[in-house]
Design a protein. Structure first.
Length: 202
C-alpha cells in the first residue's frame, strides 16, 4: 500500500469520528405538539312551541295567582299598619313615663313652697308676696303639663286617690269624709302621680 492510500483512510476515519461526535452533541429537536382544535358547535334545536292545552292551563291559573299576590299584598299592608301603630304607642308610653318621672321629682318643690308660705303670717310681707308669686308660677307650669291637684278636703274618702294616716271624731263632718289634707295629691289625666295624705272623720 502506498502512502496516499493510508492518508486517505486516515482522513475518512477522522471525518466519521467527527460526524459521530457531532451527532452525539446535537440537541434533539423538540417535537411539535398538534394544534388544539375546537369541537364543532352543535346546532341548537328549536324550542318546541307550547301547545294550546298548556297555554289554556296557564290562562286559567292567572286569576288564582293574581288573587294570591293580592292577598299577600293586603297582609303585608296590614302588618305594616299594625307595626306603625305599635311603635307609635310605644313612643307615647315612653314619653308619658319620662314625663311622669320628671314631674314626680318636682313635687317636692311644690311641698316646700307651700310650707314656706304657711310660715309667713303677715300677708303684706314683701317676702311672702315674692314667694307667693313663685308658687303661683310653679302651679301654672304644672297645670300646663296637665298636672292637677286633688282638692280632697270635705270630700268622701277614696282609697284609690287618698291615703288616710289619721282618724278623728268630728260631728261637723260625715263618716269617711276627709277633714284635712296633710299632703297634696296630684293626678295626670287618669293616672295618680301621688296619693293625697289625709285626715278622715269616723
Amino acid at each position: 500500500m502506498g502512502k496516499k492510500d493510508k492518508q486517505t483512510r486516515r482522513r475518512a476515519r477522522r471525518k466519521r469520528t467527527r460526524r459521530s461526535s457531532r451527532q452525539q452533541t446535537r440537541r434533539p429537536r423538540p417535537q411539535r405538539l398538534p394544534r388544539l382544535t375546537r369541537p364543532p358547535k352543535r346546532a341548537r334545536s328549536p324550542r318546541p312551541s307550547p301547545s294550546r292545552a298548556s297555554r289554556w292551563k296557564r290562562w286559567k291559573a292567572l286569576p288564582k295567582s293574581l288573587a294570591d299576590e293580592q292577598d299577600k299584598y293586603l297582609r303585608l299592608a296590614a302588618e305594616y299598619d299594625n307595626y306603625r301603630k305599635r311603635t307609635a304607642k310605644e313612643k307615647e308610653s315612653l314619653y308619658a313615663d319620662a314625663k311622669i318621672d320628671t314631674i314626680k321629682a318636682l313635687l317636692g318643690v311644690y311641698d316646700n313652697l307651700e310650707r314656706g308660705l304657711a310660715q309667713y303670717g303677715d300677708e303684706e310681707s314683701p317676702h311672702r308676696k315674692g314667694l307667693e308669686m313663685v308658687f303661683n308660677q310653679f302651679k301654672e307650669s304644672l297645670k300646663k303639663l296637665g298636672v292637677e291637684t286633688m282638692d280632697a278636703a270635705g270630700k268622701p274618702f277614696d282609697p284609690e286617690k287618698h291615703n288616710a294616716v289619721m282618724h278623728v271624731e268630728d260631728e261637723n263632718y260625715g263618716e269617711n269624709t276627709v277633714v284635712e289634707v296633710l299632703q297634696q295629691g296630684f293626678t295626670l289625666g287618669d293616672k295618680v302621680l301621688r296619693f293625697a295624705i289625709v285626715k278622715v272623720a269616723n
